[in-house]
Design a protein. Structure first.
Length: 358
């Protein structure tokens, strides 16, 4: 449920008792994040258990909201804050049949892959995963994940609910040039492609394709239109978003590009991106249960690329679903592959229909 103001949130909590077995999942829009301390203090005073993330924007129906709060009351069978390779979990894996892990993670953390590897190492493909990376619209790294105890960076929060989820993931980006061999990378830093400077290789591709001179100062202007794609056997590449250069002109991305992998430089246009969002809505609608809660995580750089037409993407999705869509602009999108593997996507749209009572 979406609330524009902190007063509306507090009134809702006052009028809707939260059971001991329940938690509030909270998404806070960037421009409302200054209310977070007041909200956390109030919830702790009321002895309400909660977790959440600060996101660049909230998605409500066919609208992008730069301020406000989305609150979903859930009844998790397990939830915890996760640090890299530190997760307490003594669950009976048999109890996770038809369960879904909702994941909120620091989207600009250099440890994002470590964090998702940690939960997958504990839970494996016994659950399906859906979620998105939190973070601010200006893409500056600072604490963005919270719970009753604090506000954190470089962490992940996972809540497992006893509900199935129907998932679809699309991105709409196509191969422009490659493949290039990732000869050196570490975490979310890409150093070398084909044993040459990754930036110099990427710069050459972009300058040839766009007829421009690519400089450090305008890197993201063109990078948001030309992500990398980690090659997959089915050619449905996993997209990686290059967001900036560091002081050594090495490429910083959202999530890791594994050393030893092959990557392509991708390109998309408005039509291919809009078509991909329409396809995920059609796929989910075709397999939707009778009653469901739509959860949408749509990449911030898609919104930046599409600008005023981004809400057309949201309209495409909402038009195919009978229940109101809610979600967030994410910095990294999380979803299960068909084999159950947890994957971090970039520049993608993840739609999950969570079975439950409306």
């Amino acid at each position: 449920m979406y609330f524009k103001t902190i007063s509306e949130v507090l009134n809702y909590i006052e009028s809707q008792p939260v059971l001991v077995s329940e938690q509030l999942m909270i998404m806070v829009a960037d421009k409302s994040s200054w209310h977070l301390k007041e909200l956390r203090d109030y919830l702790n005073y009321k002895n309400v258990k909660f977790f959440g993330g600060i996101y660049a924007g909230l998605l409500v129906g066919h609208k992008l909201k730069p301020e406000g709060f989305i609150i979903l009351k859930i009844q998790p069978i397990y939830s915890c804050l996760v640090l890299p390779y530190m997760m307490r979990c003594n669950l009976d894996m048999q109890s996770l049949q038809n369960a879904t892990a909702i994941v909120m993670v620091d989207g600009l953390s250099g440890k994002m892959q470590d964090l998702t590897d940690t939960i997958y190492g504990k839970l494996g493909n016994n659950v399906k995963y859906v979620g998105g990376g939190a973070g601010f619209y200006d893409l500056k790294h600072r604490p963005c994940i919270f719970d009753n105890r604090g506000l954190y960076e470089d962490v992940l929060y996972v809540a497992i609910v006893k509900s199935e989820v129907k998932l679809a993931v699309k991105h709409g980006w196509n191969r422009l040039e490659g493949p290039f061999y990732v000869s050196k990378s570490e975490g979310n830093i890409l150093y070398e492609l084909d044993n040459d400077s990754a930036f110099e290789v990427y710069k050459h591709v972009i300058e040839d394709a766009e007829g421009i001179t690519l400089c450090k100062e305008d890197f993201f202007v063109y990078a948001k239109e030309h992500p990398f794609g980690i090659a997959q056997p089915d050619k449905n590449d996993i997209v990686r978003d290059p967001i900036m250069l560091n002081e050594n002109n090495e490429i910083i991305g959202v999530a890791s590009i594994p050393q030893g992998s092959d990557v392509y430089v991708l390109k998309g246009d408005m039509n291919t991106l809009l078509s991909s969002s329409l396809k995920i809505a059609e796929e989910c609608a075709a397999i939707a249960p009778a009653v469901y809660i739509p959860m949408l995580f749509d990449c911030i750089s898609r919104a930046m690329f599409m600008e005023k037409r981004f809400e057309e993407e949201l309209k495409n999705i909402q038009a195919k679903l009978k229940y109101p869509v809610e979600g967030a602009l994410s910095i990294g999108e999380i979803a299960s592959k068909s084999d159950g593997q947890l994957v971090i996507h970039n520049k993608s749209t993840v739609l999950g229909l969570l079975t439950g009572n409306k």
